[in-house]
Design a protein around this ligand. Structure first.
Ligand code: AMP
Ligand code: ZN
Length: 485
């Protein structure tokens, strides 16, 4: 039984999806105004681990992640860089995909860019108006909180003292500033705007997520996840907009990841106390050790980032790699050690129980290290046996299906990873050309093998075949990537 702590109810709850065997999940993606820092990646890694555990538990997934490519911050920075909004955000979307690949984050089934959904947002705002939840002022449209009595149910904010008609135009604000929030913003000189039936302007940040979630996941879905700083106002406003529109419960389980801290303070751009993935890789740290460190503390606990912690994470990975190497390269006497056999048999259940308990990653790591310790001791004492080898290796790879920090044995291109900017979803169903992602991946593996054998004629032929099917391959230092032309 999987249990999650639901921010909405304030307690642990058994997880049961609306549809049997299928989970619909929405996570708030990056605001592409700069490189994401590793605090942001803590929340994206949390969604990645959530995805992996749900899938390993037998659920089919439909995971949607948005990209906020129009908001106050993207507009401000694009203007400062003298670029159009699209030129500016394209670059940071590409950087986000590249970092995500390095951190071995799986790509959600659907990645949705806000600017590609403006007509859907306009329609939603119009419908909110028809239902009496909006009013206009000076070319902007606002959500009238007073007409949605459940406002505050997620963040537990009290709106009784709110001044009627007080408005908020900024995308981000504090609880002290709870007011009617903006759905559609009147254009300001020099800012990008869209000509629509609401008049010229651009969407507020909050309506973006409500609309994209509704479009791809329906009016009610299972899980909505994001960082704890999004509870108010972003997720509170998402609930207000979505439930005002549909009259139904928007989301059943709200999961929030606590912050990554530096010296006890939230890592953030505005404080300046942040590290990007690029900074840390340049300093010689590995993406795996960052992944390990970020996963080492359960998502609902704050985690203090230190370089020492990162070094310890690297050592832990080394220990696992050494263990893997020792198992694969030692010939042990025949037979089985019963104590180790009992441990490897019990392992999958212990791992599952840890993860079922609100994704207790610290315990899941503990379970593995307990096995490694016992096995290493048995090896040192000459008590490990050949029949224990494969089950122990299987435990490692089983564990690594979630944690993804060990070297992969096959292929040199990441499966199911983030592809290049503009590509909707590497895992979406087959395109018009009929070639689906699985087939493309198989061809890429064939091409990798051909190149390894220096059979460049075959490698080129595969490239041409893919090209004829509308698939472009790019060779990068991180392996091969593909996208549809
Ligand atoms: P943004 O790109 O600002 O929209 O943020 C992307 C995600 O990172 C959101 O889910 C934020 O809640 C999350 N986030 C921002 N700072 C941190 C932090 N220091 N620790 C964990 N998550 C964070
Ligand atoms: Zn969002």
């Amino acid at each position: 039984m999987i249990s999650f702590y639901n921010t909405l109810s304030g307690r642990m709850e058994e997880f049961v999806p609306l549809e049997k065997g299928r989970v619909r999940l929405y996570t708030c993606g990056p605001t592409v105004y700069d490189y994401a820092h590793i605090g942001n990646y803590r929340s994206f890694l949390f969604s990645d681990i959530l995805r992996r555990h749900l899938r390993r538990s037998g659920f089919e997934l439909l995971h949607v992640m948005n990209i906020t490519d129009v908001d106050d911050k993207t507009i401000r920075n694009a203007a400062a860089a003298g670029q159009t909004l699209t030129e500016y955000t394209d670059r940071f979307i590409e950087a986000f995909f590249e970092d995500s690949r390095k951190l071995r984050l799986e790509k959600p089934e659907k990645v949705a860019r806000a600017t590609e959904h403006i007509p859907d947002m306009v329609q939603a705002i119009r419908q909110l108006g028809e239902k009496g939840f909006t009013y206009s002022s000076e070319g902007s449209v606002y959500f009238r909180i007073a007409n949605f009595p459940q406002y505050g149910k997620l963040s537990k904010i009290d709106i009784s003292g709110m001044r009627p008609g007080a408005r908020m135009d900024r995308d981000e604000y504090e609880k002290a500033d709870v007011r009617d929030f903006v759905l559609w913003k009147a254009p300001k000189p020099g800012e990008p705007s869209w000509e629509t039936e609401l008049g010229p302007g651009r969407p507020g940040w909050h309506i973006e997520c409500s609309v994209m979630a509704n479009k791809y996941l329906g009016e009610s879905f299972d899980i909505h996840a994001g960082g704890a700083d999004l509870i108010f106002p972003h997720h509170e406003n998402e609930i207000a907009q979505s439930e005002a529109l549909s009259g139904k419960t928007f989301v059943r389980y709200w999961l929030h990841c606590e912050h990554l801290l530096v010296d006890g303070q939230k890592m953030s751009k505005s404080t300046g106390n942040y590290f990007t993935l690029r900074d840390l890789l340049q300093q010689g740290h590995t993406a795996e050790s960052i992944r390990y460190l970020l996963a080492s503390v359960p998502y609902r606990k704050q985690l203090n980032f230190t370089v020492g912690g990162l070094r310890q994470a690297a050592q832990s990975i080394e220990r696992l790699k050494n263990f893997q190497f020792r198992l694969s390269h030692t010939s042990f006497p025949e037979g089985a050690n019963a104590e180790i056999a009992a441990k490897t048999t019990a392992f999958p259940d212990l791992l599952r129980k840890a993860m079922d308990d609100d994704l207790n990653t610290a315990q899941a790591m503990g379970v593995l290290f307990e096995l490694v310790r016992a096995a290493n001791t048995a090896i040192d004492r000459g008590e490990f046996r050949s029949e224990n080898t494969q089950p122990a290796l299987d435990c490692l790879s089983h564990w690594d299906e979630i944690f993804e920090v060990l070297p992969k044995q096959t292929g040199d291109h990441p499966a199911q990873s983030f592809a290049t900017a503009g590509q909707e979803s590497a895992q979406a169903s087959a395109g018009d050309d009929g070639m689906g992602p699985a087939e493309i991946e198989a061809k890429l593996q064939e091409r990798t093998a051909a190149r390894r054998q220096r059979n460049f004629a075959l490698a080129d032929r595969i490239r041409d075949e893919l090209s004829a099917a509308g698939i472009l391959i790019e060779d990068t230092k991180d392996g091969m990537r593909w996208k549809r032309k």
